[in-house]
Design a protein around this ligand. Structure first.
Ligand code: VGL
Ligand code: ZN
Length: 198
């Protein structure tokens, strides 16, 4: 059985000091590095937005970060500008052992659609290509770790479970934004989708 570790968005902007800092985001890096040695495949995701991305509050007159708006593809939280392509904030945390990765998949590069999930953009239909990569490598069992529990990890885990993958989220190696109860909602949603929370 081929098992993959999917490391979600362990990037400077999601760590303390970053543009969209997740509390304790850097604490999980040593544990993730150790866990990498137990898997047949290690896959990293990288949030990778063009400047002026439509998920940035700065692009919406009179709107502030963390407000919710309606986009053509559904509700969207507005974020501070973050993970801009090629910027230091978009780089992986310097201690993350990126050399171990078989694949780095970037997401959020479409200016008009955000992409929390490693598998689909936020319209829930545009694929990133990761499903095909996993299936052609015979990978059916996934463990997910990273940032943030309640957004990109949650969306990735739920999408993967819906596609029939066996998904475990290691909550001890994730950290959450936890805005307006989003962590509890995410955990309920992951459980309902058949994700194992460990
Ligand atoms: C994320 C908000 C915006 C994440 C990415 O990695 O959870 N959250 N972009
Ligand atoms: Zn983003």
């Amino acid at each position: 059985m081929t098992k993959a570790l999917i490391v979600i968005d362990v990037q400077n902007d999601f760590c303390p000091g970053g543009a969209l800092a997740v509390a304790g985001g850097d604490e999980i890096v040593p544990g993730i590095n150790t866990l990498m040695t137990e898997f047949d495949a290690v896959i990293l995701t990288q949030d990778w937005h063009p400047a002026g991305h439509s998920s940035f509050a700065s692009q919406h007159e009179g709107r502030a970060p963390m407000e919710l708006i309606e986009m053509p593809y559904g509700p969207q939280v507005l974020w501070p500008d973050h993970c801009i392509q090629g910027s230091p904030g978009a780089a992986f945390h310097p201690d993350l052992e990126t050399d171990r990765a078989d694949l780095i998949i970037r997401k959020g590069y479409n200016p008009a659609i955000d992409s929390y999930s490693a598998l689909f953009e936020n319209d829930h239909t545009t694929p990133t290509g990761l499903e095909g990569y996993l299936r052609t490598r015979g990978i059916r069992t996934l463990t997910m770790v990273g940032l943030a529990t309640d957004f990109c990890v949650n969306f990735s885990a739920v999408d993967a479970a819906r596609l029939g993958f066996d998904v475990t989220v290691r909550l001890d190696l994730c950290r959450a934004i936890d805005h307006a109860g989003s962590l509890a909602t995410a955990c309920d949603g992951m459980t309902d989708a058949g994700v194992t929370l460990a």
